[in-house]
Ligand binder design. Structure first.
Ligand SMILES: [Zn+2]
Ligand SMILES: [Zn+2]
Length: 172
């Protein structure tokens, strides 16, 4: 997701460009199981001190059901809004210092490349549902044998009324 913004940086504030995204982000983060392309549209707006990126993108991620651990595919939609600043002055080539609170990820590089990858990765991590369900009726796993109870009863007998068993189970 790299864009050369040299021309845009040379343009007056208020100039904008739009790009359609269709990106393979399978390897964007080792903890994210991305199963669809990143699709959407972004707008780059030249501002007085950089480029404001806004846009709406979506992708699909696989996460385990919190009860039965079966992978569930969830649609994730992101509204992006991020101010990027140049790391070098477009006219003089002078290196611009990192401002307090500013991240390298939201700076263009020395060749005026604006890379959206890190911004998208951070937004995805924030928006991944931590504990989805494969269905509201998911029966989960048998606490004794671990069988997926959505596939039918496992044959275990529960003796929850027997206090001695309940204590033993508590020790496991
Ligand atoms: Zn489930
Ligand atoms: Zn069982």
């Amino acid at each position: 997701m790299r864009f050369n913004v040299a021309q845009l940086l040379k343009s007056p504030a208020g100039t904008s460009r739009e790009y359609d995204l269709d990106e393979d982000i399978t390897d964007i983060d080792e903890y994210l199981d991305v199963v669809a392309a990143l699709i959407g549209r972004v707008r780059f707006l030249r501002t007085d001190n950089g480029i404001l990126v806004t846009g709406h993108v979506r992708t699909e991620i696989r996460v385990p059901c919190r009860r039965c651990l079966t992978p569930v595919t969830v649609l994730i939609e992101l509204d992006l809004e991020e101010q990027f600043r140049p790391s070098v002055d477009i006219w003089t080539g002078a290196i611009l210092p990192l401002e307090p609170g500013e991240e390298e990820a939201t700076r263009t590089d020395a060749h005026h490349i604006l890379d959206l990858t890190e911004v998208v990765r951070q937004n995805l991590l924030i928006n991944v549902p931590m504990a989805p369900l494969c269905s509201p009726q998911c029966r989960g796993l048998c606490p004794q044998c671990g069988a997926n109870l959505n596939e039918g009863p496992c044959g275990c007998h529960y003796e929850e009324s027997d206090p001695r068993l309940a204590i033993l189970r508590g020790l496991l």
